[in-house]
Design a protein around this ligand. Structure first.
Ligand code: BGC
Length: 751
């Protein structure tokens, strides 16, 4: 289709109309020119296709679809292939339901455990989020269905999400909040990107030329269309030239007329409108021209896939040997979530699930007993339910208590108030533990919780929101039909107050300051060397793995080279399993303030008992770099770096060092406020400085004198951090000293 040619045949009015949806879920069509209207729909972890009444909060009915584990759950799989495959499944479902664009993945960073939408998001770590997102996008789009990478950008809280401004400094934006988008765009080329509701440093994302054009398109090479989150448009006339192509939902509600008027008044170029329409039509025709209307999908097969995804993702946090349960054990399942699981989140991602399987039903063959223990409609403990549960637990050999956060406590649209489970569940757990020492906990919720009872239980399986097949997946893991292989994609702090955003989270009015900067998640806890409940990357298995033979293909390199890292991992237990090998990089010495280490590689390997495999990673400049705001670019400081291989961020098994040399010359500008130390760091400066230092004689003499009450270190520091103007002062304002220094400054600046 010659889209440019098509646009020449459209009137100004038709083009303006095209920049908003036709309705809640459809892009405009134009019969006259043979342009069909296509559907976009939520996403990300299942299809929410509304045939009747529409809304963006998951309130009205949608067609039956498979509810897959949510983002926070699948992220713990650390499995690109699994994410890609799940994307393929979703892509087929979209083709079968005639959906052109699936609204996902959602890659916002988990800044606080409280964010109401953490269940949809992947991780606190941008590298992990980006890798998984790119895999998901490739999977969906391999079926000729588009994705909408969301919510761009810095949308890490729900509170006042449509008006609040995320105040984020440039380095933090580049290192933490943008990379998952950047990786997805560069590697997987999503057909669309969805701009977020919030403002970024005061400017609405939906009208930010910097975000939508300079960064997204000019820097990262995005070629698709930008659509707004549902209702995210503030000033439409500012939005189109900024690069915000499609307003959703439609129809334009006065904005179409504003666009027409702006073009007529010469306030907006018609070519900006043409560019927006061209990008919208590009994905419309990409879908139409590659449509697979005969696609059928097997609901049962996809339900099974959801089970496998869940089992590959859930995290075994604690196990003192009680798990796996034996089939002959008499086990009591306690807690309402055991029979009516919590498996998905509330809001726009809410799927009308094909069928939901709970754990009690899935464990029928093991003859488990069951007691409800609590009601999900209230947080108040129910003594009657608790005493029945205690009795059931006492009569068994082991109890599995299912707890979690209720739908009412965790959803899109608002943030959690704390990291606690409902009081009725905590009381139940404590009472059961008193009666039954062999107690295991299964947690079903979308984000991290506090576990003040952790020492009282023998095992914890974190199911997250495991999708509609959660029940069988949990039972597979509890009974060892599957071997746990998920690891945490977020840190679990001991208490909410430990979280780095705690002091500032939610912000003041419409201003949310991201003051913890780059120190999000483990980057913060590691720097502070703080104890945590469970570290990023932690997860147990029913087998054990050993690491050996870490090797780097070079010991020194330029930042333009790549480094190949290999390591052997062996299954030394007696069960087959999958291990997630994590690679972290640490800058040994740095003038920039940097995290202790950062995840720069991971791989998941399947190993039979006794089997050993070599895992290889390739590291490039980005693995060593930080974002230098002086040069607006990624920069590696010359020096030594440590490459670490870990089972988790706090369980590093092997380390090796590499020297990396920067190929980037950073131009410095010198003035009378440059310090002696700054000057001496420059070779030419060292050479020229010699004579000048004579002017500092009084200080040097003092440094050497026994009568000097200050230590040599203090004196050296005083010298090193003395600005050049200080030399003039100590030289009694001598004009020849000032002139000499001016010459020095000019010579250095001229380099
Ligand atoms: C959400 C989006 C979603 C859209 C459409 C909004 O409320 O933020 O993630 O895609 O609604 O339902």
């Amino acid at each position: 289709m010659d889209i440019k040619q098509l646009i020449t045949q459209m009137t100004l009015e038709e083009k303006a109309k095209f920049c908003s949806g036709a309705d809640f879920w459809h892009v405009e069509g134009l019969e006259r020119l043979g342009i069909p209207s296509v559907m976009v729909t939520d996403g990300p972890c299942g299809l929410r296709k509304q045939a009747g009444e529409t809304d963006h909060l998951g309130l009205n009915a949608s067609v039956k679809a498979i509810s897959y584990p949510t983002g926070s759950c699948v992220a713990c799989s650390f499995d690109r292939e699994l994410l890609r495959e799940s994307g393929e499944y979703l892509g087929d479902e979209c083709q079968a339901e005639d959906v052109a664009v699936l609204l996902g993945p959602a890659v916002n960073i988990k800044r606080s455990p409280l964010c109401g939408r953490n269940f949809e998001y992947f991780s606190e770590d941008p590298y992990l989020a980006g890798e998984l997102s790119a895999a998901y996008i490739s999977g969906v789009q391999s079926k000729n269905v588009g994705t909408s990478l969301k919510h761009f950008a810095a949308n890490s809280q729900e509170h006042r999400r449509m008006t609040s401004s995320s105040q984020v400094d440039e380095r933090t934006l580049r290192e933490i909040y943008l990379p998952a988008f950047e990786k997805s765009v560069k590697q997987a080329k999503p057909w669309t990107v969805m701009c977020s509701y919030n403002r970024l440093n005061g400017e609405y994302a939906s009208e930010s030329h910097r975000l939508l054009t300079e960064i997204l398109r000019d820097e990262w090479g995005f070629e698709g269309a930008v659509m707004s989150d549902w209702g995210a448009v503030n000033d439409r006339v500012k939005g189109v030239p900024a690069g915000m192509d499609l307003e959703m939902p439609g129809p334009g509600n006065g904005n179409t007329e504003k666009l027409i008027a702006a073009v007529k008044a010469g306030e907006m170029k018609e070519s900006d409108l043409d560019a927006a329409v061209e990008r919208i039509l590009a994905f419309v025709f990409k879908y139409i021209e590659n449509r697979k209307p005969d696609t059928k999908f097997d609901y049962e097969g996809h339900h099974e896939k959801a089970r496998q995804m869940a089992a590959e993702s859930m995290v075994l946090l604690k196990n003192d040997g009680i798990l796996p349960l034996k089939k002959e054990d008499k086990v009591a399942f306690i807690g309402k979530f055991a029979s009516e699981p919590r498996f998905q989140g509330g809001g726009s991602s809410h799927v009308n699930s094909y069928k939901v399987s709970g754990s009690v039903e899935a464990a029928k063959e093991y003859g488990v007993t069951y007691a409800q223990g609590y009601d999900t409609k209230t947080q108040e403990p129910d003594d009657e339910l608790i005493s029945q549960a205690v009795k059931t637990a006492r009569e068994a050999q082991a109890a599995v208590v299912f707890i979690g956060i209720t739908d009412a406590m965790e959803s899109e649209g608002f943030d959690r108030a704390d990291m606690k489970i409902p009081a009725c569940q905590e009381k139940l757990l404590r009472e059961v533990v008193k009666a039954q020492p062999n107690t295991v906990v299964v947690v079903e919720c979308g984000s991290a919780i506090e576990m003040p009872w952790i020492d009282e239980v023998r095992g914890v399986l974190y199911a997250y929101l495991g999708g509609e097949s959660v029940g069988p997946a949990v039972v597979d893991l509890l009974y060892g039909r599957a071997n746990p292989c998920g690891k945490l994609a977020e840190t679990f702090p001991l208490r909410l107050e430990d979280n780095p955003s705690y002091l500032y989270y939610l912000g003041e009015g419409d201003r949310t300051e991201y003051r913890e900067g780059i120190f999000v998640g483990y980057r913060y806890y590691d720097k502070k060397d703080m104890p945590v409940l469970f570290p990023f990357g932690h997860g147990l298995s029913y087998t054990q793995y050993e690491y050996s033979d870490l090797a780097l293909d070079k010991t020194s390199m330029k930042d333009t080279d790549t480094l190949t890292v290999t390591v052997k991992v062996k299954n030394v237990g007696d069960r087959a399993g999958k291990e997630i090998v994590q690679l972290y990089v640490s800058d040994d010495q740095s003038t920039a303030i940097r995290p202790v280490k950062e995840l720069k590689g991971f791989d998941k390997v399947e190993l039979a008992p006794g089997q050993e495999k070599t895992v290889a990673f390739t590291l490039d400049k980005r693995a060593f770099a930080y974002y230098n705001v002086d040069i607006n670019d990624w920069h590696v400081e010359t020096g030594s770096f440590t490459v670490m291989i870990g089972r988790s961020s706090r369980d590093i098994q092997l380390c090796a060092k590499v020297e990396v040399e920067s190929t980037q010359q950073i131009k410095r500008t010198y003035s009378f406020n440059s310090t002696i130390g700054d000057i001496m760091a420059d070779p030419k400066g060292t050479q020229m400085m010699g004579q000048m230092m004579q002017a500092m004689n009084p200080m040097q003499e003092a440094e050497e004198s026994d009568a000097n009450p200050m230590g040599a270190e203090a004196m050296q520091a005083m010298m090193q951090y003395m600005p050049l103007r200080g030399i003039i002062m100590f030289a009694g304002g001598a004009p020849e000293v000032a002139a000499g220094l001016q010459q020095l400054i000019d010579a250095l600046n001229a380099q």
